[in-house]
Design a protein around this ligand. Structure first.
Ligand SMILES: Cc1cc2nc3c(=O)[nH]c(=O)nc-3n(C[C@H](O)[C@H](O)[C@H](O)COP(=O)(O)OP(=O)(O)OC[C@H]3O[C@@H](n4cnc5c(N)ncnc54)[C@H](O)[C@@H]3O)c2cc1C
Ligand code: FES
Length: 290
């Protein structure tokens, strides 16, 4: 996908806000003297390094990145799932965290005239917010409605970021497993519905941008494949270093000639952190988590 033009930096940032979004989800805002220009789909590695036991940094998608007065501000949206995210949730204003980034390859924008759909499952929707902003920029209010955003979660209270996408002027639709709001079922099922309905109305969607748990992304990709829609996915598997050194984030990819001799494992594997996290879904050998 699109390589970054900026070199990442490693520095201490100060927590300026930690907002609870409910159900163990948080929006964390960091203030720092400067931060390189970042593109939609890139991520940072965050760790609490100043005090206490050191631990491996955790990867977080950039939710916002820009200026706040004379300083830079970076925001991430996350849910507590284990020790690292619990420590992030315990960070209070004034505390300092290490930040490394921006890292990884960004989403490639759609070709002019191609209508996009953004599909986020769980916290995966956070990875799509900068893309939503980029797609809304410079469009008329009417053209912003051509950007469809599908957000899925287990239940209503776990749906994240919907008001931020609505504020961008996008057309937002929801899916919950328990049917407490939006369509009952998965966000991949909602995607299938939307692609069919839009095509029926002659408003074909040509590019899907997907992020969420791996099985959800695979399901969304299968929907796109059947519908002939191109699909970019942002993978969120475990990472240790974030910049291509530990080789702990390898994912299998498809090769043009499966009979060709394998010269190196890198012939058939891609690194999530440096080759991705954004990939053309058609290039991956799906099924590695099943
Ligand atoms: C590029 C990228 C961007 C990401 N962006 C976000 C984001 O914006 N918001 C957000 O909430 N999370 C995001 N994640 C996932 C986040 O990095 C993990 O949830 C976090 O590292 C878990 O750390 P932990 O110490 O709390 O959990 P651990 O103690 O390491 O694990 C707790 C449980 O979560 C599982 N787990 C751990 N890491 C992952 C993972 N990466 N994917 C799936 N399951 C995992 C473990 O198997 C275990 O069951 C992103 C990951 C990547 C690679
Ligand atoms: S996380 Fe270390 S190589 Fe990708």
């Amino acid at each position: 996908m699109t390589p970054s033009a900026s070199r990442p930096t490693h520095q201490l940032a100060t927590v300026s806000r930690q907002e609870s979004l409910g159900e163990g989800a948080y929006r964390l805002r960091l203030s720092l003297p400067a931060f390189p220009a970042a593109s939609a789909g890139q991520f940072v590695m965050l760790s609490d390094g100043e005090n206490g036991e050191p631990f491996l940094p955790r990867a977080m998608a950039l939710y916002q990145a820009g200026r706040a007065g004379r300083r830079a501000a970076v925001e991430v949206v996350y849910r507590v799932v284990g020790q690292g995210t619990a420590r992030l949730a315990g960070a209070v204003p004034g505390q300092r965290l290490w930040i490394l980034g921006p890292l990884g390859r960004a989403f490639a924008p759609p070709q002019p005239g191609v209508r996009p759909v953004l599909v986020g499952g769980g916290t995966g929707i956070a990875s799509l917010h900068l893309l939503g902003k980029a797609l809304a920029r410079g469009r008329t209010a009417r053209a912003r409605r051509d950007v469809t955003v599908l957000i899925g979660a287990r239940t209503r209270r776990q749906l994240l970021c919907k008001s931020d996408f609505r504020a961008l002027g996008a057309r937002v639709q929801l899916a919950t497993d328990d049917g407490t709001v939006g369509r009952r079922g998965t966000v991949a099922e909602l995607l299938e519905n939307v692609l069919t309905e839009e095509a029926r109305r002659g408003r074909t969607i040509g590019m899907a941008y997907v992020c969420g748990p791996t099985p959800m992304m695979e399901a969304a990709w299968r929907v796109c494949e059947r519908a002939g829609v191109k699909c970019q996915v942002s993978l969120e598997g475990p990472m240790a270093c974030g910049f291509g050194v530990c080789l702990g984030c390898a994912v299998p990819c498809l090769v043009a000639d499966p009979e060709a001799p394998v010269r190196s494992p890198r012939d058939r594997m891609k690194l999530m952190c440096t080759d991705g996290p954004v990939f053309d879904a058609a290039t991956l050998a799906w099924g590695w988590e099943s």
